[in-house]
Structures are given as C-alpha cells and as structure tokens.
Design a protein around this ligand. Structure first.
Ligand code: CU
Length: 478
C-alpha cells in the first residue's frame, strides 16, 4: 500500500499540473506566477536591538511575502526548497484541488531538499488567508515559515486603509535564537510549545508596532494567528471595532464586545474600525491572553497630527460580501461523529496507533502521541491509515464534534468551509462559516457543510504539537 500510495501521489501531481494548464480553455482570467523560496536567514526581530535571529521563512522576508490576488485569478506558485528539510506549502482556507493542498504523504510527496514543486489553482473565494508548510509543521511553522494570502472581493467595502497583522510567537534563548526543543512530549500532551516573544508582522510586539492612521479614516484590519500553539485575545482601546469576516468569510457586521477578539491558532478575523480619535492620539492594542508581567501591549493605533479627513464616519456599508459557498441542508444531512480524547490531565486513552491496538503507556512513552480521534492516534501523515470519515461527493454533512479532553482545540478542515450550527447542543444563531473553530475543553460542537470537493482532506487540531501528537486525521470524499 505504501508504494501504491507513492505512485498514486506522483501520478496525481502530474495530473494536477496538467489540469492547471488548460489549453485553449475559456477566457483566461489573469494568472499570477510567483516564486517562493523557503530558506534559513537572519532577521532583526526588534529594531531597538542589534541581535539577529535565525529564522526559516520565504524569499528572505519574514513573514513571507504577502500574496495578493483578485477573486477568480489563477495562481502558479513555484516553490524551490532551500531548507535543510523536506517541506510543502498548504494554502490555509483555500478551496483548492486536493492535489494542490500541500499535505506530504497524502496529496503530494514532500518537496526534497533542493527540489522544486509547482502549485497551481484558482482563487475561488475572496478573503484573508495564509500559507505555511504541512511538513513537520510543529517545527517549520514555529521557525517562521508563514505568510499572508489576501484575495480581494469583486466589490470590496470602501476603506482608507487595509492593514494585515500577522500574529505569532518565537521561543527564544538569551542570545535571541530559537530554543531547539521542538516535538517534546510535554508540549504535545499539554498546551503546545508556546513562545516567549510575541511577534506582530515578524517584529517584537510592543507600543512601537504602529498602525498609522489619520483622523476620520476607515481602517480594515486583517488579523491572522500564525502561532503554532498560542491563543490571542485582543482589545483595542478607544475604538468600536466591528467584526466583518471570520476566516475570510463575510458575515453580518457586529461589534466587538468587552470579552475581546479571540483568535485560536490558524484563525483569521477581519475588523472595520472608524478611526474617529483626535489628531495625534495614541491607542493601545493589547492582548488579554498574556500575563501582565511580560507586557500586554501588542501595538498602537497612532494618529497623525493632520486635520481629520472627514468629520463623521463614512456612510457606506462596511459589510464584506459573502462568497458563494455551497449551503448545507440540515434536513437531508447525514450525521457523523468525531470524538477527541487524551492529553496530560485527561482520561486515559485506550485505543489504536495508526490503526494498531496499543497500550496507553506505550502511546505516550514509545510513540510520542498523546491524543486520539475516534479512539485512534495517528502519526502525522502516516502512509498507512484509515480515514476518520468517508463521505460521498455532494453529501450534506452534520458533523458532531465531541471534545472529551481538558484542553481547547482549534479544529481545522481542509478544502471546505463549514457552518457552526450548535455549541453544546444549543443552536448558534449566527451560524458563521469557518475553516477553523475553537472547541472549549469538555464541550461539543456541531458543524455542517457540503462535501463538494473530492479527495482526501486533512482534519486536524491547529495546535501543531497536538496535530503531531495524534490529532491529525483525514476525511475522504469520493
Ligand atoms: Cu489540540
């Protein structure tokens, strides 16, 4: 089976490349050709300190370059691997053909050291997305391999400024270099490996990370959590921010409440902020999720001293137009269940590893795994594995997720968006679309989607240490 799968992946990659270049097809929309070169290089994380930190990222930029598209364009992205490890790139949230999804051992062979791979796909949906490796992601993402990917709407809401804040963290030693302790079972079985240096767009967080505005302007702020394990909870002083999109998908605008803007790993939030402060004003953006001792200020909204551009906020709508996603029909949806167990403080896990029955003691100590989904713990992208679910193409699905652990888990499904229909059995009135959703400890959540995109799709926790420790499986759509 291993060899079969390897051969299948080689032919699937060839087929994907062939499909990506239609000869004489319908009026071609613009294709953007992009080169991405993952490599190690040094950057100054804090402009106030001369220390240079070795990072892994793309095109000698950290974070990697912002990839910007208009909806309906095509991307052709050539990756030349200059790392000392195999890698891939996954396009988080994008509904791409399965062969372009960037999952080693499942949708493609890893890109070897010195090797090249070309991704080609259409940007079907507008919104705020990001890209990162799916190869040893608990190490490669933690070392800095990520970048933002923005797909403009056909008719975007009118704003004066459109800013991206890519939030992440690094675990640094006294020489300001990465602590090389990736994949420890202590992190895998707990909250994951969290950094001690918060980063905003690759720079040390703090009051000097400024979003410069002029009084009266409308700001669209795109937040992306690229940290491998850290949750953020932001508050913005002196402004009424409005939510306009989650995970890139427009929704009915509604105000941020006092509990703050929550972002689990992998998630995105788009905000609209009418900047009605006085010229010269300074307003802090804080993270309530951080201990006070390490400082809670991530950055500042800094007003220029110029006169206001307008006295009242723009009258035009702030709403982000929704994408045309297939609407799940609950009346005809089939029920499916996925349960999570495990973790350091959790109930003992009894189950199988990569499909083989195993003793609980062996799962952690010998296998380096700490979590099960439907009683099975799987090594990342194991070549021999059973899918969690097998769905028919076009099937309407109501997926009941049950978290029996004492930990929160940001659960991510590839290639699809799902509606969050209920939390702990209570209907969720907003029914927002998501590709990543945080499940609280000891909770349940029901999500619905149409299994429209054929292939084998990853379903995993986006605490990347949890994914490496068993919370990684696949859903097959045939
Ligand atoms: Cu998790």
């Amino acid at each position: 089976m291993t060899l079969d799968r390897r051969e299948f992946l080689q032919s699937a990659a060839a087929l994907g490349a062939a499909l990506a270049l239609p000869a004489g097809a319908a009026p071609a929309r613009k294709t953007q050709s992009i080169d991405l070169v993952p490599a190690e290089f040094r950057v100054q994380l804090d402009p106030a300190s001369p220390a240079r930190t070795a990072v892994w990222s793309y095109n000698e930029q950290f974070p990697g370059p912002v990839l910007r598209f208009h909806r309906g364009e095509r991307a052709r992205i050539a990756v030349r691997n200059q790392l000392a490890q195999e890698t891939t790139i996954h396009w988080h949230g994008l509904r791409v053909p399965n062969a372009m999804d960037g999952v080693p051992g499942v949708t493609q062979l890893p890109i070897p050291v010195g090797g090249r791979f070309e991704y080609a796909f259409e940007l079907k949906d507008s919104g705020t997305y990001w890209y990162h490796p799916h190869q040893a992601s608990y190490e490669q993402v933690a070392r800095g391999l990520y970048g933002a990917l923005i797909v403009e709407e056909d008719k975007p809401p009118k704003v004066d400024r459109d800013e991206i804040w890519m939030l992440s963290d690094f675990k640094l030693d006294e020489q300001r270099q990465q602590v090389e302790d990736f994949g420890r079972i202590l992190d895998i079985a707990n909250d994951g490996r969290r950094g001690n240096q918060i980063l905003v767009n690759g720079l040390a967080a703090g009051p000097e990370r400024k979003i410069e505005v002029r009084s009266g302007e409308r700001l669209r702020l795109r937040l992306i959590n690229a940290a491998s394990a850290r949750f953020f909870r932001l508050s913005i002083e002196g402004h009424e921010a409005m939510y306009v999109a989650f995970d890139g998908q427009g929704l009915e605008p509604h105000p941020v409440l006092t509990d703050g803007i929550a972002l689990g790993p992998g998630m995105r939030v788009d905000l609209m902020i009418d900047c009605m402060g006085k010229p010269g004003g300074r307003f802090e953006i804080r993270d309530a999720g951080r201990p006070k001792a390490s400082g809670t200020v991530l950055g500042t909204i800094a007003y220029s001293t110029q006169a206001p551009v307008r006295a009242k906020p723009l009258a035009s709508s702030i709403a982000v137009p929704p994408n045309a996603l297939p609407e799940p029909n609950l009346a005809k949806a089939s029920d499916h269940y996925i349960m999570f167990q495990g973790g350091m403080r959790g109930a003992p896990v009894i189950g199988t590893v990569d499909g083989k029955p195993s003793r609980i003691q062996d799962i952690m100590a010998k296998q380096g795994l700490a979590w099960t989904m439907n009683y099975n713990a799987q090594h990342e992208h194991a070549l021999m594995h059973e899918p969690l679910l097998t769905l028919r193409s076009g099937e309407h699905v109501l997926l009941h997720m049950v978290n029996e652990t004492d930990f929160q888990h940001p659960m991510h499904l590839h290639g699809h968006f799902f509606r969050v229909v209920a939390v702990n059995g209570t209907a969720n009135p907003r029914r927002e679309w998501r590709d990543t959703v945080v499940m609280a400890p000891r909770s349940s959540m029901d999500v619905a989607f149409v299994a429209e995109n054929p292939g084998e799709w990853m379903y995993h926790c986006h605490i990347l240490d949890h994914a490496a420790g068993g919370m990684m499986g696949t859903i097959v759509i045939e």
